[in-house]
Design a protein around this ligand. Structure first.
Ligand code: PLP
Length: 636
């Protein structure tokens, strides 16, 4: 830590590794954002963003959305596909769709549709509510709308309504009975559908979503069912409606080999259908394009061992090779990349509001008259052990003394103050041991755990369940970084805990370099200066999957646009208010207005007893009502 530098900060926090070209550690030690890779002169200092949020009077924690990053990702994916298709002399086009389930926020979907317009980039929906949304959101008749998921008659009618409006809406059949329903509904309404089939793939993706592929996958048709579908459509005079083959082997594919294998299998199915006389126009390769959350560029579960370009090359060249071998036309390629589009654009900014440390409070441990010999024993160990060489023994003795003391306390032999003294001296010994072995090459196993037990827990003003659900649910790793002060050596090793009353509400998995650790070096808290940390890459799934555990609601949001003419290179385009206490109570079936009236009655009753005077009563009543309409998080 002595030779701390910005390079060292980059190594510890890996900002450039997971930042996807959008985030770096600036020379001043703050996180810098370059939201438009083609224009690196636009460089936003996160500290100015925080200052602007404070000036706007928006309370933390806050979701910060960088709309330019969304636009940049849409442009990147489409441009990479276009260029690769040109370079490969591939005869089809790319017509991607954004799967809205990854982040259905209106502002996000609108931005994606707008940025995707020059590429005829479309949308994908997987439920009736999502279908209603995409019908209204993307009115571009040249872009595709792909419908996956389980469907009922209403769903089919809505899809056919879209056809009536001149839209390219593809209904992807997930199970055979859906086909019968679709054909029946289409005939009744006399509207011609565009039909896709989802293949159940034998290749499985690797990583957490492995079960999306394989024979036990929840979705898709077996090869026999695909053939049955094609033949049924033929018998109904609708063979020409079968236009698309779909497959999706899972999200966050960690290993590029899975992509290659899926392409081979999918391309073979397409080619043979073609040779059977079913001339499909589209092959939809689903989602799965991964994000390097931990910055290791590896097959770690929170990483992936390929770039967007490599993924696209494997899709385009994989399809081309098979089609050329089989002498069938190159289909139009579709991908449903969601995570890759949205992950980078949003992050959660929160303040550290406290430090929890097992050894923080120390009582006076000086010798007192008549104290118990247990106290004397551990003091002796504390004062003499410098001369000893066997640290393991010191550790064992100290631990034993502490355990004995606890037993003695329960047996009423030691009193509370004596126990506190022993505890204080125990932690002093542990701290010294930690300093000592930091210089040693070999460290006994028990002592290695000392680092964790002596580390701090930084209390973060947020809820893991609302803002980082996947870190709790599936051990997803998300990058956590101090937003300022990275030019100072971070001298406090700590994990993060949230403000819910749930011991699962914590983050204690980080990566430093390629190593997974349970603590992250952070900076010592200062009395009069807030310390902000950012939880990054929360734009995919995290933004919309959080719940209201402990009644912590949705976060305030600020939407940032870059703007070259502004001295800070950005402006806040919109502030979206998060949930108030009233909002979350309403969802849980309470009536906050009635609650406020009840409280007023109870307070007023105290006036008659003389317990509260009328002026105080008004203040208390107003205070209760203000808290009801206030934010659910801590007000530092
Ligand atoms: C969830 C899902 C996607 C999105 O996958 P990403 O890995 O986020 O790109 C795409 N297609 C289907 C069918 C899905 O269920």
């Amino acid at each position: 830590m002595a030779n701390w530098s910005i390079e060292e900060a980059e190594r510890v926090y890996g900002v450039s590794q997971w930042g996807g070209g959008y985030f770096q550690v600036g020379e001043n030690g703050n996180v810098h954002i370059t939201p438009v890779p083609e224009d690196p002169s636009i460089r936003i200092d996160f500290k100015s963003v925080i200052e602007e949020i404070r000036e706007e009077g928006v309370q933390f924690p806050v979701v910060v959305r960088f709309h330019d990053i969304l636009r940049s990702q849409v442009a990147s994916l489409n441009t990479i596909f276009r260029n690769t298709i040109e370079e490969a002399e591939y005869n089809g086009r790319y017509q991607g769709v954004y799967p809205v389930k990854v982040n259905q926020m209106r502002e996000v979907v609108e931005e994606i549709v707008d940025a995707g317009a020059p590429f005829n980039y479309g949308l994908e929906a997987g439920s009736k509510a999502e279908l209603l949304t995409v019908l209204a959101m993307n009115v571009n008749e040249d872009s595709l709308t792909v419908l996956n998921g389980y469907k009922d008659a209403e769903f089919m009618q809505l899809a056919l309504l879209g056809r009536k409006l001149g839209r390219k809406i593809v209904v992807v059949v997930e199970k055979y009975s859906e086909l019968l329903l679709l054909v029946k509904t289409a005939k009744e309404l006399d509207i011609e559908p565009i039909i896709g089939v989802r293949a159940k793939m034998t290749v499985k993706g690797r990583g957490k979503w492995e079960s999306s592929g394989g024979e036990r996958a929840k979705f898709g048709l077996t090869i026999s069912e695909i053939i049955k579908t094609a033949r049924y459509l033929e018998s109904q005079g609708m063979a020409h409606c079968l236009k698309l083959l779909h497959f999706h082997i899972g999200s966050q594919l960690t290993d590029i080999r899975a992509v290659k294998e899926a392409m081979t299998e999918g391309a073979r199915i397409y080619a043979d259908l073609h040779k059977m006389g079913f001339a499909l126009d589209y092959v939809d390769v689903g989602g799965g394009l991964g994000i390097d959350y931990d910055g290791s560029n590896s097959t770690n579960e929170s990483s992936r061992n390929y770039s967007m370009q490599e993924y696209v090359s494997d899709v385009v060249y994989g399809m081309k090779e098979m089609c050329d071998l089989e002498e069938v036309p190159h289909p139009t390629l579709i991908s449903e990349s969601g995570r890759a589009i949205t992950a980078h654009h949003s992050c959660v900014v929160t303040e550290i509001v406290g430090e929890i440390k097992s050894n923080s409070a120390q009582v006076d441990t000086r010798a007192a008259d008549g104290e118990h010999f247990f106290v004397k024993n551990i003091r002796e160990l504390l004062e003499t052990y410098d001369q000893q060489t066997n640290m393991q023994e010191v550790y064992n003795d100290a631990s034993q003394y502490k355990e004995q003391a606890l037993d003695a306390f329960k047996l009423r032999v030691l009193n509370l103050e004596e126990l506190a003294k022993i505890e204080s001296m125990y932690w002093q010994i542990m701290e010294r041991l930690q300093v000592w072995y930091a210089k040693e090459e070999y460290v006994p196993e028990e002592l290695q755990e000392l680092d964790y037990s002596l580390s701090s827990q930084y209390l973060c003003n947020f809820s893991v369940f609302q803002s980082a659900a996947d870190t709790w649910a599936i051990d997803q790793l998300l990058p956590v970084v101090p937003l300022t002060r990275m030019n100072e050596p971070p001298s406090v090793n700590c994990s993060l805990v949230d403000i819910t009353c749930d011991s699962d509400g914590k983050i204690d998995q980080f990566t430093i370099g390629r190593e997974i650790t349970d603590v992250l070096p952070m900076h010592p808290l200062k009395k009069d200066e807030p310390y902000y940390v950012g939880l990054f890459l929360t734009g995919a799934y995290q933004d919309v999957m959080g719940d209201m555990h402990n009644l912590f609601g949705r976060l305030n949001e600020v939407h940032i646009f870059s703007y070259d003419d502004d001295p800070e290179d950005f402006y806040i385009e919109e502030v979206v208010k998060g949930s108030s206490v009233e909002d979350v109570l309403n969802i849980m079936q309470y009536n906050p207005r009635a609650m406020a009236q009840d409280m007023k009655r109870l307070i007023d009753k105290q006036i008659s007893t003389g317990n509260i005077n009328p002026r105080e009563a008004v203040r208390w009543t107003d205070f209760y009502e203000n808290c009801l309409s206030g934010y659910t998080y801590l007000k530092p």
